[in-house]
Design a protein around this ligand. Structure first.
Ligand SMILES: NC(=O)c1ccc[n+]([C@@H]2O[C@H](COP(=O)([O-])OP(=O)(O)OC[C@H]3O[C@@H](n4cnc5c(N)ncnc54)[C@H](OP(=O)(O)O)[C@@H]3O)[C@@H](O)[C@H]2O)c1
Length: 295
């Protein structure tokens, strides 16, 4: 039996990434795809893709045995539960444990570059301990350390278009942004083809600084936009003042600090190697969404 004939399951299938992965799997010809989600209200949209839809909620482990029954290869999409400390680690551990019990052979997981333990709760800490749970699971796994989505530039860009300032604490170091669509195509390919145990950094085609982003935005908008380097404290305080939650603001600060230390500048050929297509550049991405952004 080829891997493409195996029973595949995507968790978080109604999220932005999950939906794109399920659609990508269907495009690639996968026949036995299960879309697992907490949100039954969105089931019809998933069912329209020609896949089986099951309920799976990591906060309710009792849903997971039925959800994972018969599954051979599983894409575990990290959740967005950033509001409560350590919640994601608990959720991801529940999913991995249920996969082991259900006899899943291979888990593909969406992680973050330089996942590492930290003293308090943080995004890299969540991903580090989830990776550890995978290492200890006895299963095969593929860890996709997705760099920041190019889409995360959007909010910053909207602010920059209003004020002329693109603010960060990245200290002019680069980040290898990758579009969500490229992450989705890579995850679909890994779920279909990856074997054994592997960790991949999933990146765009180049490391891009905020100066370069400011320059593209200036060209596209006809306005003068400059990158303003501020301290990590200023980033966090500015976001809290703008109404962002404390944890989310601290997370942005920490991601900027990671960038300033060079941890998000690695460029790899993972997207091309796994999907056969070169990932989209930040410039092409911004150009593509420019009408909506400027509007
Ligand atoms: N690399 C980056 O720049 C970046 C940026 C943002 C987020 N992320 C991470 O990548 C993930 C996917 O991105 P996205 O854009 O698709 O995010 P999204 O649209 O916000 O989707 C959130 C995802 O979390 C899942 N989820 C939440 N609570 C869950 C639970 N209790 N049990 C199972 N699944 C749960 C949702 O699944 P259902 O609603 O279908 O149940 C959905 O797939 C995010 O959840 C986050 O961990 C990465």
């Amino acid at each position: 039996m080829s891997l493409a004939d195996k029973q595949l399951l995507v968790t978080g299938a109604s999220g932005n990434l999950g939906r794109a992965v399920v659609a990508g799997l269907r495009r690639l010809g996968a026949k036995r795809v299960i879309a697992a989600t907490r949100t039954p209200g969105k089931r019809q949209e998933l069912a329209a893709l020609g896949v089986e839809v099951r309920e799976a909620d990591f906060d309710r482990p009792e849903t997971l045995q039925a959800a994972f029954r018969g599954v051979e290869r599983l894409l575990l999409i990290s959740t967005d539960s950033l509001h409560a400390p350590d919640m994601r680690i608990k959720q991801h551990r529940a999913a991995i444990q249920a996969a082991v019990v259900a006899g899943v052979e291979h888990i593909v997981y969406t992680s973050l570059p330089n996942a590492h333990p930290t003293e308090g709760p943080s995004i890299p800490d969540d991903h580090f301990w989830t990776e550890v749970a995978l290492f200890e699971s006895g299963l095969n796994w593929t860890i996709l350390r997705n760099n920041l989505y190019a889409e995360v530039i959007l909010r910053l860009a909207q602010f920059a278009l209003k004020t002329g300032k693109l603010v960060s604490a990245t200290q002019s170091q680069g980040r290898s942004y990758v579009t969500r669509e490229d992450c989705a195509r890579t995850a679909a390919a890994a779920l279909l083809n990856s074997t054994g145990k592997a960790i991949y950094d999933v990146t765009g085609p180049a490391s891009v600084t905020h100066e370069q982003i400011a320059s593209v935005l200036s060209r596209l908008s006809g306005k003068s936009i400059q990158h303003l380097n501020v301290t990590p404290d200023e980033v966090e305080k500015g976001l809290v003042a703008a109404g962002i939650s404390q944890f989310a603001a601290r997370s942005v600060r920490e991601l900027d600090e990671e960038t300033s230390r060079g941890y998000q500048a690695i460029v790899t050929p993972t997207v091309t190697n796994l999907t056969g297509r070169v990932p989209m550049s930040v410039e092409d991405f911004l150009q593509r969404i420019a009408p909506a952004l400027m509007g």
